[in-house]
Design a protein around this ligand. Structure first.
Ligand SMILES: [Zn+2]
Length: 391
């Protein structure tokens, strides 16, 4: 998305100042007029007119006043998106379903459906049909105009063309079939992007990345993907192929990865590795074990394997920390199931594997959006385009 296009009418979005105000709200949450003027960088004298225009257009409303403890004087009445403002249809994929949702600009999931589909083996036709069905159900339920459709795909995507360049977990999505079919069926703008990147955008606007200038959002479990927000902007790289941290080498003489390279981070820090090691250690339920199950087993070989899992995850995180200096690492996927026990193990190992001046500045956080992160990210793709926010 090299050049964001203003797709709302001029009456609705108007000018740069209105766009800045919308972005400040997306970035920071509900704000008073005074805070909005400061954070959006618009003159105090004009913020009233800009805000009123957005209220009149049905995008914003005044929320209940918040009285801060110890503060005297009239409390501010923050402005925030209306519940029916900025409606987006969002699509993400799990192993056995296509998930679709209706999301508003606040990040509320207003409706959600799952269409059963074995996504890894689904032919393009089957996959597209499941996506169309999911989107149809949530669009029908929409109480107001839907601005667009966002699709978060586990694979390499070119958001400028809506094309999926390649996807191991979702081979049926490769090409422009999804975006073309959705555009044709619904007549709405369709935004397709990599799921880890969309997830980072979802965190930036709706989650634990709000107000954090530089952070990384890391997906764990079946694969390892990374979305980056650097100095307040989602980083897409030169051609959209960024965030393949899972395929950086962590073992020079390691095993062959499914990607064809040798010794990738993904060969030692995914569920596939964890289950193989669990089986070798004779742990019960090894074939379907995950972080939550491992933490529940607690002792002996399970505790030892949990510590190794944490350390192996930390190896890749240390690369991120040394390279980019994020102030926060937001973890998604399998490790979230391991709760505070696993989070603190990972944080400790990351600290042990990082340079002293780097390690004190980074927070390791389990995403509070977790289950919804893909859908919220897909919705954020649409908002970034429709509100003409530089994302
Ligand atoms: Zn690899």
């Amino acid at each position: 998305m090299s050049s964001p296009t203003v797709l709302l009418s001029n009456r609705q979005i108007g000018d740069v100042n209105r766009s800045r105000v919308l972005r400040a709200l997306c970035d920071h949450g509900p704000l008073s007029r005074a805070e909005l003027a400061r954070l959006a960088g618009v003159p105090r004298a004009t913020i009233g007119t800009i805000a009123q225009g957005l209220v009149d257009d049905g995008l914003l409303e005044q929320t209940d006043p918040v009285r801060e403890a110890g503060r005297v004087g009239k409390p501010g009445r923050p402005l925030w998106f209306r519940v029916d403002a900025g409606l987006c249809a969002a699509v993400s994929f799990s192993a056995d379903a296509v998930e679709a949702a209706l999301v508003n600009a606040r990040g509320d999931v207003l409706a959600r459906v799952e269409v059963a589909c074995t996504t890894a083996s689904a032919a393009t036709r089957t996959l597209v049909a499941a996506v169309l069905e999911g989107v149809r159900q949530v669009v029908v339920a929409a109480p107001a105009e839907v601005l667009g459709i966002g699709v978060a795909v586990p694979g390499v995507c070119d958001p400028a063309t809506g094309s999926v360049v390649g996807s191991g977990p979702l081979p049926g999505a490769v090409g422009r079939h999804l975006s073309e079919s959705l555009e044709e069926a619904f007549g709405l703008p369709v935004l397709v992007d990599n799921d880890a990147r969309a997830q980072a955008l979802g965190e930036k606007w709706f989650g634990d990345g709000r107000g954090v200038a530089t952070f990384a959002s890391v997906q764990t479990g079946a694969g390892l993907g990374v979305g980056l927000v650097l100095d307040g902007e989602l980083y897409r790289g030169a051609d959209g192929a960024v965030g393949e941290l899972g395929h950086t080498v962590v073992q020079l003489d390691g095993e062959t990865c499914h990607c064809g390279l040798t010794g990738c981070w993904e060969t030692v820090a995914t569920l596939r590795w964890l289950r193989r090691e669990a089986a070798a250690a004779g742990l019960p339920g090894a074939r379907s074990l995950d972080a939550a199950g491992l933490v529940a087993l607690r002792e002996g070989a399970a505790a030892h394997l949990l510590a190794r899992y944490a350390d192996h995850i930390a190896v890749g995180l240390a690369t991120l920390v040394h390279l980019l200096g994020p102030s926060r690492l937001l973890l998604h996927g399998d490790v979230v199931g391991g709760g505070e026990v696993l989070r603190s193990l990972i944080a400790d190992r990351l600290s042990a594997r990082s340079l002293p001046h780097v390690r004190d500045d980074v927070e390791v956080v389990l995403s509070s959006l977790d289950q919804d992160a893909g859908l919220l990210g897909a919705a954020a793709l649409v908002l970034s385009q429709r509100f003409a926010l530089a994302a």
